[in-house]
Design a protein around this ligand. Structure first.
Ligand code: PXG
Length: 445
């Protein structure tokens, strides 16, 4: 038991909160409590400083407790805490959509607001299916995801996702008519590649195989993360995303990039699609949109997709979809303040200037005990450890715990340790992150 637990909270009081994606009993026996955050750091409830190596959960891109966001949110709460966006509007929703359209990849200037990555994904899948129907191809309902993909936890996102633990429990309740591309992780060919691997672009051709199986006329959309985060940082081989784009174009399939973690500067451009120079038809975002401060997501759509809906009688609702909190005014205020910070501090391109130093730092872990791969892109890094026999994930979980004890927060998924620090990180903090992780790996059998 952790004797230092906040006096106000007894261990019994830990039971009511059913924690997400957490080993509840293990956590509640030995809680790890964060109490405060500022800049690059968290502080635990017993006052220990912890360097944030994962930007919260890949979302706090401008660092913690930004005064400008607090002020914007406070002001908006005092002015108008809520306003509906069904058949009504409020100005900052339109202002934010315009600001996002200015940042967006070419032509992706129609923005639908949600409250999370999961909602953005389900929204994008529904838009893709409805788009085909609007253009007279209503038989196109099939969705193609990818093995090891993560697209949140809604029924749509879970179904196109490809992480077995997120799927197996829900068996037959998956959305029907979904198929999956193979993932692109191949340690045998690509171990310790710096940046994007050269081997593997041909894996995109598997889409042609699925099209031959199902026929293009049944397929609405393909959804992939430009870089998979949750499955342990899986990078697109050079040329892979371009090839997917070509095949989708050839067969009139909507291409969706899920940029929930890659959006808002993670890979050195505002979006990965800009960094990799491949433009999708729909793009899902959340997380960094508000610097993690207030829940919000956004789906970016090519204008041709939006325009396909804008037909029929002018008094008819074109898309029967939306959330009470779509474009919530407080979230809009937080997002606008966040975009101001990103612009003022050049954060949406800062990862590009740090990428070389970051790459050298994370690849310095090559050669440490049990390290079987190191992967990096922009300000994303991953170290893959050899699993303990019969105990997948155990070694990496121990590494995660020890890092936390030594004042560094990383993320563990399977046998991968992932890092995605706030984009404000400085050289000495990169060094501390990697030195701490290295020393823990050395000390972990
Ligand atoms: N798509 C992608 C690509 C994501 O990474 C979601 C959708 C869902 O977003 P919401 O806001 O509904 O959680 C995500 C979420 C991790 C980790 O450590 C990643 C996510 C969430 C929690 C942990 O890899 N990504």
């Amino acid at each position: 038991m952790n004797a230092q637990l906040t006096p106000a909270l007894s261990h019994d009081e830990l039971d009511a909160f059913w924690m997400p994606f957490t080993a509840n009993r293990q956590f509640k026996a030995q809680p790890r409590m964060l109490a405060r955050a500022q800049g690059m750091h968290y502080w635990t409830d017993d006052g220990r400083e912890v360097l944030d190596g994962v930007a919260g959960l890949w979302c706090v891109n401008a660092g913690h407790a930004r005064r400008e966001i607090t002020e914007a949110v406070t002001k908006q709460l005092g002015t108008m805490e809520f306003a509906p966006t069904f058949q009504m509007g409020h100005p900052i929703a339109f202002e934010l959509a315009n600001r996002l359209a200015d940042l967006a990849p070419p032509g992706m200037d129609r923005i639908f607001f949600t409250n999370s990555g999961s909602e953005s994904v389900d929204t994008a899948l529904k838009i893709a299916i409805a788009y085909h129907r609007a253009r007279g191809a209503g038989q196109r309902t099939r969705l193609i995801g990818r093995e090891k993909g993560y697209h949140g936890v809604g029924f749509g996102g879970m179904s196109v996702g490809g992480m077995v633990n997120n799927r197996k429990t829900f068996g037959a309740s998956m959305v029907p008519g979904v198929d999956h591309l193979p993932h692109t992780l191949d340690i045998e060919h690509n171990a310790f590649t710096r940046g994007l691997p050269q081997w593997g672009a041909h894996l995109a051709n598997e889409l042609e195989r699925l099209i031959a199986l199902h026929d293009a006329s049944t397929i609405a959309a393909v959804i992939v993360e430009p870089i998979s985060g949750s499955a342990g940082v899986i990078l697109p081989p050079v040329g892979y995303l371009k090839r997917l784009r070509e095949i989708c174009d050839k067969h009139e399939i909507v291409l969706i990039f899920d940029e929930v973690i890659t959006g808002f500067g993670r890979v050195g451009k505002p979006f990965a699609s800009l960094a990799f120079d491949v433009t999708p038809d729909l793009m899902t975002t959340a997380k960094g949109l508000t610097n993690g401060s207030i829940p919000m997501g956004a789906v970016f759509a090519q204008r041709k997709i939006y325009d396909a809906f804008m037909q029929g009688p002018e008094n008819s609702i074109e898309l029967f979809h939306g959330y009470t909190y779509s474009a919530h005014p407080v979230a809009c205020a937080a997002a606008l303040a966040t975009l101001d910070i990103y612009a003022k501090e050049g954060l949406l391109t800062r990862a590009a200037s740090l990428a070389g130093e970051w790459e050298n730092a994370v690849h310095s872990m090559r050669g440490l005990p049990h390290v079987i791969d190191v992967r990096n892109c922009g300000l994303i890094g991953a170290v893959e450890l050899e699993p303990r026999a019969g105990k997948p994930g155990a070694r990496a979980f121990e590494v995660f715990l020890k890092c936390f004890e030594r004042g560094v927060m990383v993320r563990q998924t399977g046998d991968v340790i992932a890092m995605s620090p706030p984009l404000i990180i400085e050289s000495k903090q990169i060094a501390k992150l990697v030195e701490t992780l290295s020393s823990v790996i050395r000390d972990t059998a």
